[in-house]
Design a protein around this ligand. Structure first.
Ligand code: TXA
Ligand code: MG
Length: 363
């Protein structure tokens, strides 16, 4: 079905009570109750929502995004009380340490894995007996979910494999004509998707790094939090991925991306010049941009500032939008400077490694 997709603005600054009565939120909730999908802002990235309990609605998410059916979705809550509802008889699975994490990080960019409750159909969890749950902090997201009256399954609102959207315009670029409504709540504050945490094993494990860092979680539960070993999405042929969703192309613009370390940049730029590389663009920290300017190299490579290396939260906020913007222009090669993989840098590097999986080799 072809839709006339409209973008409707909602002022996220208004009082939460007024948001609940906002006309756009009301219209969005009506679509969702009728098993349609609606794109909405969260603090991390824009989500593509559908009622998590409806097989028909969730099926639409998979077809609109072109998402493989074996990649499970996150269930989004408007209020904490919805958690016990969807867990049903599995409410006793909220251990003390999970409760502590909820008290500290919800609403916010932390997704926690639970056993699947009966109300959540298998299509939402891609057949898994677990379900991923988070409560976003963006008031527009919470008002929309609460108004709908049931939690929303919501992946990032991009075409599968592309960089996640951090503005309503990004969603429109990818999904125009495939859904009735995109709710515009401005640019996302965090810019990278939520941290996904699995507490079911011997040690707490991060399945996807995000703005809530391993150290943030350790501080609350007093335990070491381990990284997922499978940080890359390149799984050898015939081998099952450890975490669902890891085996696919991710976050990649159509233009080839090359991840470079700061020290290698000058040498690499010279090499690209010698090889007459067509239209390369370098995305670098403000510090590197300043250093390159001083060298007064011929401006054969266009340089774009991604924010200060001393403020990686700012880099996280910018990175997906920059990858998208350069991809729109007629760019031949995107070079991105690596950042330290600590704190939120772990999430940034995780996304950049994946974006650069369509690797090119300079020979
Ligand atoms: O910040 C976010 O989490 C955004 C916004 C919209 O809330 N959503 C998002 O959804 O990033 P998506 O579908 O793009 O990513 C969901 C991730 C995938 O890596 C998926 O494999 C993992 O969560 N996931 C979902 N359910 C899971 C489960 N039961 N077990 C393990 N991983 C799961
Ligand atoms: Mg995604």
């Amino acid at each position: 079905m072809k839709y006339n997709t409209v973008i409707k603005k909602v002022d996220a600054e208004i009082d939460y009570k007024d948001l609940m009565d906002n006309r756009v939120i009301e219209v969005g909730a009506e679509y969702l109750k009728a098993d349609q999908v609606v794109a909405f802002p969260t603090e991390t990235v824009y989500g593509l929502g559908a009622r998590a309990c409806s097989k028909k609605a969730v099926g639409r998410i998979f077809s609109v995004k072109g998402r493989p059916a074996d990649n499970p979705l996150i269930v989004h809550l408007g209020e904490k009380s919805q958690l016990t509802k969807i867990l049903g008889e599995k409410q006793n699975q909220i251990s003390d340490r999970i409760q502590q994490l909820i008290d500290n990080f919800w609403p916010g960019p932390l997704t926690i894995i639970f056993p699947r409750g009966k109300m959540i159909p298998g299509i939402t969890t891609a057949g898994l007996e677990t379900m991923a749950v988070r409560m976003p902090s963006h008031p527009v997201a919470r008002a929309l979910i609460t108004k709908t009256g049931f939690p929303l399954a919501a992946p990032s609102a991009n075409t599968s494999g592309f960089p996640s959207p951090t503005t309503a315009q990004h969603v429109y670029q990818d999904l125009q004509g495939k859904l009735p409504l995109i709710i515009d709540g401005g640019s996302c504050q965090v810019g990278v998707e939520s941290t996904v945490l699995d507490l079911s094993g011997n040690q707490p494990r991060i399945l996807r790094p995000g703005a809530v860092t391993r150290r943030d979680i350790s501080r609350i539960i007093g335990e070491k939090v381990i990284k997922n070993e499978q940080q890359s999405n390149s799984v050898p042929e015939g081998q099952a991925p450890r975490a669902p969703g890891m085996k696919y192309r991710h976050y990649s613009p159509a233009t080839p991306v090359l991840l470079v370390h700061g020290d290698d940049i000058r040498g690499l730029l010279e090499l690209l010049w010698e090889k007459k590389q067509d239209k390369p663009v370098l995305i670098a920290t403000s510090e590197t941009v300043a250093a390159l300017k001083k060298l007064q190299d011929p401006d054969y490579v266009k340089v774009v500032d991604m924010g200060s290396g001393g403020d990686l939260r700012q880099v996280a906020r910018n990175i997906f939008a920059l990858l998208r913007k350069l991809d729109e222009k007629d760019t031949g090669l995107i070079l991105v400077e690596a950042v330290p993989a600590t704190g939120i840098g772990e999430a940034i590097m995780n996304r950049l490694y994946k974006a650069a999986q369509n690797n090119i080799y300079l020979s």
